[in-house]
Design a protein around this ligand. Structure first.
Ligand code: VLP
Length: 134
């Protein structure tokens, strides 16, 4: 039985979000707004089926997937680039590889103590976010 990420999570730290956004080609004005945000994640997990809704006062992003099943991701409202995404388990970590125009793109979620961790990767940039239960 794998870990359960279900819950409502609030962002408490966001290291190098700027570098990650620059790597994604997000424009200056959008970055200025985005880096002030304190997004919330609502995660619903049913075994290997995931619903991850990231919400903020500026934009929302909904991602639904099954572990091990590749899907088309549109990144709408983020950088709007399409990619092929595949999420797999690496022990208790949820690892997503986003294959497309940007090299080395993906993310990893894991639980550590009472916290939800997220590493966002694009090209040579790594953003590290930590969330606490709401
Ligand atoms: C775009 C880059 C900020 C910045 C402009 C919009 C949605 C794992 C995964 C599930 C993410 C979050 C992506 C953040 C990239 C911002 C709007 C911020 C709120 O999460 O949980 O998609 O990829």
């Amino acid at each position: 039985m794998p870990v359960d990420f279900s819950g409502t999570w609030n962002l408490v730290s966001n290291d190098n979000f700027e570098g990650y956004m620059v790597a994604l080609g997000i424009d200056f004005a959008t970055r200025k707004i985005a880096k002030m945000l304190k997004p919330q994640k609502v995660i619903k997990q049913d075994g290997d089926s995931f619903y991850i809704h990231t919400t903020s006062t500026f934009r929302d992003y909904l991602l639904e997937f099954k572990v091990g099943e590749e899907f088309e991701e549109d990144n709408k409202g983020l950088d709007n680039r399409k990619c092929k995404s595949l999420v797999t388990w690496q022990n208790d970590k949820l690892v997503c590889v986003q294959t497309g125009e940007k090299k080395n793109r993906g993310w990893t979620h894991w639980l550590e103590g009472d916290d939800l961790h997220l590493e966002l990767r694009c090209e040579n940039q790594v953003c590290k976010q930590v969330f606490k239960r709401a």
